[in-house]
Design a protein around this ligand. Structure first.
Ligand SMILES: [Fe+2]
Length: 408
């Protein structure tokens, strides 16, 4: 079906907002500024954005509640959290759910918050069996390390080989880095440099131990930083030197991490990022900057900016349509909740929509169901109601997951 969204501001990127139609055919955006195919009138009630990108998640870990340090204390590094998680009651409860369903929960967490593209920080052999069955795009084009320390989880073939592979394939090399304050965690940048792996392919998650010199080295190398403020504050009561990192001109994206430590979804993470920035520096982080951190910046870090992150003819039709909540479209993004999403489209395929878009959900080759999301009726790809029922049957009680507020 070829169609055009009309009568709405269209946020092409963080600089350009047009008040003209956007046309979609198949997987792609085909034109801006003219109506092609069936017009869908948004009646000046909605804003069209590029769909959001969550650059850092662990989909099988998107379960609740969070697991953290004993009250009044904080961790020295991530390995203490890993031990606490794996001996927790919630980890035992999570283990009663199939891995496929855990992945589906993570996927719906992202879908219901306007995210089309996710990076699941796990080795390929862990997540590959599940990716084709998920209702969002989980990227396959990456190489990785778990972290850069002698005590990391030994994912992949080691920093040197994984990074070399990333160069050869044109992929990002993604790793947690300096997620802690022990001597070795603090040497993350040195370890990467010694492995000749600090360059524009490197996507560095957390970076809370960075010195000023580390930040300059990251900038000189053209490497990318991923900021997960809620997870950092929950585990360590501190996050990275985000203002210095931004002022240095490093490409920064925001990721949720899993809900075992991070925000309940990317929309909450954006609000948390703004609030912690204000607490730390007594100044505001503009909504426009935060928008870049979940669209064009992660597209660039993931080396996918030729396909996603902004709205342009020839790029994927990854679209997020939201009720207008503020005159400023970027402030609307910071105010929105999942019930304000009117439409989410992944490469031309509608994932979630209100009745205004009923015509788009007639595709016979896709399985859609009706849900009541916080009481608002939506059509959604797949069957999250059945998923939640399976989860509740498996754990033996009426489990509530805040990122999936479904009502029967
Ligand atoms: Fe993580």
């Amino acid at each position: 079906m070829e169609y055009s969204l009309t009568n709405a501001p269209v946020v092409l990127n963080s600089i350009h907002v047009i008040h003209q139609p956007v046309a979609i055919k198949g997987k792609l955006i085909t034109a801006l500024g003219k109506i092609i195919g069936t017009p869908i009138d948004l009646q000046n009630e909605c804003i069209v954005y590029p769909a959001l990108i969550n650059i850092h998640d662990h989909l099988r870990g998107d379960y609740l509640p969070r697991v953290g340090p004993p009250e009044g204390t904080f961790y020295l590094n991530w390995s203490e959290w890993d031990k606490d998680l794996k001996t927790s009651d919630v980890f035992k409860e999570r283990a009663r759910i199939s891995l496929m369903d855990s992945y589906l929960l993570g996927a719906y967490k992202n879908l219901f918050s306007g995210v089309c593209t996710v990076n699941d920080h796990f080795p390929h052999e862990f997540n590959e069996p599940f990716l084709d069955k998920l209702p969002v795009r989980v990227i396959r084009e990456y190489t990785l390390a778990h972290e850069c320390s002698s005590f990391d989880l030994k994912w992949g073939d080691g920093i040197v080989i994984e990074h070399r592979r990333a160069l050869k394939r044109g992929h990002p090399f993604i790793t947690h880095l300096e997620e802690g304050f022990d001597e070795e965690s603090q040497r993350g940048i040195e370890i990467l440099t010694e492995a000749e792996s600090l360059d524009s392919h490197a996507v560095l998650i957390h970076c809370i131990g960075f010195s000023d010199e580390d930040i300059r080295r990251v900038k000189r190398a053209g490497a990318h930083v991923v900021w997960c403020p809620a997870s950092n504050m929950f585990m360590f009561n501190v996050t990275c030197k985000i203002r210095k990192i931004l002022r240095e001109g490093v490409n920064v994206s925001i990721g949720t991490d899993s809900t075992h430590t991070g925000s309940v979804n990317l929309l909450e993470e954006l609000r948390y990022a703004r609030s912690i920035y204000r607490t730390m520096y007594g100044e505001d982080l503009p909504a426009r900057t935060l928008f870049e951190m979940v669209t064009e910046n992660p597209a660039k870090a993931l080396r996918m900016d030729d396909r996603i992150g902004t709205l342009e003819p020839g790029k994927y039709a990854d679209l997020l349509v939201v009720q207008q909540l503020d005159e400023d479209p970027f402030e609307t993004l910071l105010k929105m909740n999942l019930e304000n999403i009117e439409l989410l489209v992944l490469a031309g395929v509608p994932l979630l929509g209100s009745d205004r878009f009923a015509a788009l959900f007639q595709r016979k080759e896709k399985d859609y169901t009706r849900v009541a999301l916080k009481g608002y009726k939506r059509t959604v790809l797949g069957d999250p109601n059945a998923l939640l029922r399976r989860v509740q049957e498996n754990v033996g009680y009426a489990k509530v997951l805040d990122y999936m507020p479904l009502q029967s």
